[in-house]
Ligand binder design. Sequence first.
Ligand code: AMP
Length: 506
Amino acid sequence: MTNHLFSLVRRTLPADPASRVFIETPEGRRYSYADLLERSAAYAAALKALGVRTGDRVAAQVDKSAEVIFLYLGAVRAGAVFLPLNTAYTGPEIAYFLSDAEAAVFVCDPVRAAALKPVAETAGVRALLTLDASGRGTMADAADRAPPGFADVARGPDDLAAILYTSGTTGRSKGAMLSHDNLASNALTLVDYWRFTADDVLIHALPVFHTHGLFVATNIVLATGGTMLFLPKLDAKLILSLMPRATAMMGVPTFYTRLLKEPGLTREATAHMRLFVSGSAPLLAETHREWSARTGHAILERYGMTETNMNTSNPYEGERIAGTVGFPLPDVALRVVDPETGAVLGADEVGMIEVKGPNVFKGYWRMPEKTAAEFKADGFFVTGDLGKVDARGYVHIVGRGKDLIISGGFNVYPKEIETEIDALPGVVESAVIGLPHADFGEGVTAVVVAGKDAPDEAAILGRLEGRLARYKLPKRILFADDLPRNAMGKVQKNVLRERFAHLYDA
Ligand code: AMP
């Protein structure tokens, strides 16, 4: 048996791995595929020397660098389970993840090592090492010292490769267990669907602690032997300057709105690019249209989640429709069901999205009841996203199930109202939420980010009347300078619900 996920890399290795660039940084540092092989083997050997056994969890809370990717691949080659953690997590949050996952090794930023040492010790972590943004630290030193000639630990398709904790906006984060084949199969499907080859040069400015940056973007490049231009973070000017050398970019919607603010974003500036992908949060139809007008490129929007990798995508060839997430991927079964009865719904009927396929995770780490609750008897996973499939087969997401508003007994889907408000001149964007209301249960409420010459509350309400059924009309329109977002650009409606919880009190 081979190492299933790492065989993805071996499959497409060039005859001379030193001749092809895998990662290039803005400072001009280049790492070839030979470096990838050597460094990931060194990390694997170092982890083994630290006592990491097959199936042990290797946790890392570190800044983005090429070395993190080699550590991830080293953990995979050593037969361990990689556990990346958001760099924003605080000490108490890290304490939860390390003890819940029973991590054997924890790699963190040298600056935080002293503060996190007791946290790691209490959690039973056997070794604490460091790695900084330039890729140096005690973990890198251990890899430098590791003996050569590491042999990959054999791992099959169903063995675990990673645990990714969900962002957990309600309750404690859950660890999604991802197998070698969950990751490998999805990467291969996307390579095909999005036509990636060894000639692609991907602009990578996403964080590498999340499924989007670590798995979707990186695994696709690994599976094709392509090149990544590796940016520490979103920097619109830098991205723009790299486009003449690049072919593809993957981003969250914020990437596109920021780039649209750059006067240099033109048809000429993007002429060398063949593909712009967006996901992790809904892309405004407006952004899609503006991008097309400015660059001539239709952004390809796709839909996925930590637990499932990617589920749907707009087509490579064929119409990429703004406001939709396209078709289920070839090996993914997707259905929309009535959340109450479980009955499968027809075209254009809104319900709960469920998916099944080789991309879907193995369950939540040490939470068998939660796992059981989110899988149907026939193996479909309940995503928690509400949506519909239209007559042409395009999937539309209308929001998270927990963001559904029930006002006066009627279901109100925020996206429908947000779309109407966003279309008004002068409105930048909006978020529609339900707030406790004595009369209606929940009062429909819109939080609007207004630009120049935006209409006021009365004017917005006036414009919506007659366009939306009465029960959907917001009771109040509130204004904010911006909407709270997490690291992946997702609007945090829970934060807004807390902030305005008492709006309708007495
Ligand atoms: P995460 O697990 O952090 O990747 O978040 C997954 C969630 O992000 C999904 O369940 C959706 O609610 C949302 N999401 C991802 N991609 C899209 C998209 N293209 N449009 C709308 N929502 C999306």
